[in-house]
Design a protein around this ligand. Structure first.
Ligand SMILES: *Cc1c(COP(=O)(O)O)cnc(C)c1O
Length: 382
């Protein structure tokens, strides 16, 4: 793996050894839109048998993502939730997981309503503030986090948790959707498994759903390969191709979106009805120092609080260039209202405990000209 990160978004080194005779020399990787593969005889497989097990286009995007996260493998799923649901099949009734309390709403819904019914136990902890070790039980199998968290942008120390999970012989699982491997590589910091909603920064264009699991060990790789072929939520060839195409520009999109996010964070802080701007790239953010140690950037997600619910709703109705929509990580800037969108199914008490009130808004900053974004907000604020 000697190519630099940016080059690895475009090229697989193993394919650059010779003139590309495969695929008729096509520069763009083909979409193998086939469900099955022909055999020349018994025991003479091309290496592909049936697309649920593996498909060349899916394998291509998996190799690219494995290289970016520096995993032993990567597995591509039809969505981030399909990836997380498959990952939860690693656990059995009676197993216990410690999860951060401020997770993506869909992950909380899965854990509380589906996995719990199947006998898996959960303890949720604010891992940016509270002690985790005291929550570990004999049946604890893993710690599951996102950092920065969604939507409150709390920062969790990945290295410190990895030390703890190694000491207790349990897994550390990190959902790295918010920063992407361009800014943060949890496996390098000691995590065992990385999760992605590829729908977000990896795909990057607000047009495709995808998810990834990136194991850091051979054992996890084997177990997850068995699960993806058995449960069948692998990414389709066409969507694999769209994610391949999206990843090509990951570094330049991340840089531009982050630059815009810094500018917007500073601008928002100076606006009259804004009571709080939460962006980990601001020095006053409590996680700023940890972020500098474990990530190479601060990302393009920022959360802010306005002084009333009415004001939040007015803003959502009046934005035009910025779209009021769920999701994040795409080229277009989106504004999200966590209480009615991403976190609507999280019980109200937990939401409020986490600080997700009717006055909280989340911005996924895109790559537009930042002056146009500011002008749009300025007009919507009036
Ligand atoms: C969106 C998201 C998910 C779920 O992914 P989908 O692709 O929407 O299924 C999981 N984790 C995080 C942090 C997300 O933002």
């Amino acid at each position: 793996m000697s190519y630099e990160f940016d080059t690895r978004c475009l090229h697989l080194e193993e394919q650059d050894q010779a003139f590309p005779a495969a695929n008729y020399g096509a520069l763009s990787f083909p979409i193998y839109q086939t469900s099955t593969f022909v055999h020349a005889g018994v025991g003479k497989s091309t290496g592909y048998d049936y697309s649920r097990l593996q498909n060349p286009t899916r394998e291509q995007v998996e190799k690219i993502v494995a290289g970016l996260e520096e995993g032993t493998d990567a597995l591509a799923f039809a969505s981030g939730m399909a990836a997380i649901a498959t990952l939860m099949e690693l656990f059995s009734p009676g197993d216990h997981l410690i999860v951060d309390e401020d997770l993506y709403g869909g992950s909380i819904r899965l854990f509380q309503n589906v996995n719990r019914k199947n006998g898996i136990e959960f303890t949720s902890v604010n891992m940016s503030r509270e002690d985790v070790e005291s929550q570990i039980r004999p049946n604890t199998k893993a710690i599951y986090i996102e950092t920065p968290t969604n939507p409150m942008m709390n920062v969790i120390d990945i290295r410190a948790l990895a030390k703890l999970t190694k000491k207790h012989g349990i897994w550390l699982i990190v959902d790295n959707t918010f920063l992407s491997p361009y800014f943060q590589k949890p496996l390098q910091l000691g995590a065992d498994l990385v999760v992605h909603s590829g729908t977000k920064f990896l795909g990057g264009h607000n047009d495709t759903l995808a998810g990834f699991l990136v194991p850091g060990t051979e054992e996890l790789k084997e177990r997850l390969r068995f699960l993806i072929k058995t449960t069948g939520a692998g990414l389709s060839p066409f969507d694999s191709w769209l994610i391949l195409r999206g990843i090509k520009t990951l570094p330049i999109r991340m840089e531009r979106a982050q630059e815009n996010a810094f500018t917007l964070a500073g601008w928002l802080k100076a606006q009259p009805h804004i009571t709080r701007v939460i962006y980990p790239g601001l020095e006053e953010h409590p996680g700023y120092e940890i972020m500098k140690q474990q990530a190479s950037g601060f990302g393009a997600m920022l959360t802010f609080e306005v002084d009333s619910e009415a004001y939040a709703q007015k803003l959502l109705e009046n934005v035009r260039l910025i779209h009021f929509a769920e999701s994040l990580g795409g080229t277009e800037t989106l504004i999200t209202y966590p209480v009615t969108q991403t976190h609507a199914d999280v019980p109200k008490e937990q939401r409020e405990h986490n600080g997700i009130t009717e006055r909280v808004l989340r911005l996924s900053v895109g790559i537009e000209n930042v002056n146009d974004l500011i002008a749009d907000l300025q007009r919507a604020f009036r």
